[in-house]
Design a protein around this ligand. Sequence first.
Ligand code: PXL
Length: 283
Amino acid sequence: MIAGPPVALTIAGSDSGGGAGLQADLRTFTVCGVHGCVAVTAVTVQNSVGVAGFVEVPPSTVADQIRAVATDIGIAAAKTGMLASAAIISAVVEVCDDIGIGRSVPLVVDPVAASMHGDPLLANDALTALRSELLPRATLVTPNLDEVRLLVGVDVGSHAEQHEAARALHALGSRWVLIKGGHLSDGADDELCLDLLYDGTDFTEFTGPRLATPHTHGSGDSLAAAITSALARGAAMPEAVGYGKRYIKQAIAHAYPLGAGIGPVSPFWRVQPPWDSATHQGY
Ligand code: PXL
């Protein structure tokens, strides 16, 4: 019998457009060599131009999915994406404590609050639960600058403030924090994108060129999922983040248009490229 691949679990919402959410996570897990399991938290109704609405999965059903997977299949690493409500966060925290997610099993928390179009994906009163219940269990938290503002109230406008925000966020209890610089510009470094990893002692900077594409839907999810994949395969945190950064750089470089709005980042560069109808070849 062939030994199976490592297993990762995503606790996330469904994106009907297939660009972000659990669909992005599962695609990323697959091309990063990991079997993906899912606990669905919410079903969004969305396409490339925005989120029209969503329904939440009952918190007990979210917890039951996690327990079903953990007790039979076993999980080497887990990640959270859209969690929708305080009740879902509390249910996730309770079952994670029961089965060791966040202790023996690394837990990557992508603190998703809104879509790229600004549509809310997390209830306002759920921020407190995210901050006080989930972050103390996180192995890594991966906010963008908007999420940093929501979580610690720091409006990051410079690399010095990015360091300050990393310290404030680390104080909320996550073992590691990764502050994604995204659109941060700081004079001479304008063309560079700087993500800052901090473990309470050391800062590690991950820099890369800013890639010019409007199609970045699912980029945060895919980065966190690639990091989770590397952790599931046994990498230490700085190596896992380096792996994730290399993955997402290519995924953004190969992002494609879809619908009238924001297209998704692409996992295809790691596998068979899509069919090119102009040349009748894979490109
Ligand atoms: O990219 C964040 C995200 C996560 N999860 C779901 C989403 C989105 C963004 O739209 O729809 C379900």
